[in-house]
Design a protein around this ligand. Structure first.
Ligand code: GRF
Length: 203
């Protein structure tokens, strides 16, 4: 399974996926990493791992349709089976999302459907929840609302600040994202309405 990973920043999820993909029995291959930001540190991580990297700069491009068309062209040159959003901080146009229907996934740092959008850890603290977490989901036109593949929960402690909570969640992100990619690559995920079914390994 050929995967293209899109990033905007530090790339710790990318790193976790690259580490998994380096295992001989992992069914997915990262063929390219594309960033909209030239200074994303995740680009260096990919280069160190010997992965092809590209920048499709978003700075100065005001028309989302035009940007997404050039991004799509850059992605499709690699013939991916799966597009992995890993901290790619852009809202995507409906045409772009439709083009990758059922073959683009994202990780979001909350237990969806709670806390879509930004600043999820502070908002979880402000809401007083006792359980928080992360979600891997298929990407649909509505932001952070696609069918959910896997979630992981962590406790929220009384003295947590947002960065402590974020670190606890991030550890789980690094566990569930490579797992979700593996399941996709094994052909075990099927989308039925808003639900994702995970079939057994041997069926
Ligand atoms: C993660 O918190 C992820 O859930 C969110 O963006 C952040 C990316 O972090 N979508 P990293 O670049 O993978 O370290």
């Amino acid at each position: 399974t050929r995967c293209v990973v899109l990033i905007s920043g530090r790339g710790t999820n990318l790193s976790a996926i690259l580490k998994a993909a380096a295992q001989a029995d992992y069914p997915a291959e990262i063929v390219a990493v594309i960033s909209n930001k030239p200074d994303a540190t995740g680009l260096q991580l990919a280069q160190e791992a010997g992965i092809h990297t590209e920048v499709v700069p978003s700075k100065g491009v005001t028309d989302r349709e035009i940007y997404d068309q050039s991004l799509l062209a850059a992605i499709d040159r690699h013939n991916p089976d799966l597009v992995i959003l890993a901290g790619f901080m852009r809202i995507l146009t409906p045409d772009f999302v439709a083009h990758y229907a059922d073959r683009m996934i994202n990780i979001h740092p909350s237990l969806l459907p709670a806390f879509t959008g930004l600043h999820t850890h502070q908002r979880a603290l402000d809401a007083g929840v006792h359980i928080h977490g992360c979600t891997v989901h298929f990407v649909t036109a509505e932001l952070d609302h696609g069918p959910m593949i896997v979630q992981a929960a962590v406790p929220v402690y009384a003295d947590d600040d947002a960065s402590q909570l974020a670190a606890r969640v991030l550890k789980e992100e690094h566990r569930i994202y490579p797992a979700a990619v593996r399941w996709f690559a094994e052909g075990r995920l099927s989308v039925v309405g808003q639900r994702v079914l995970l079939s057994n390994e041997d069926s």
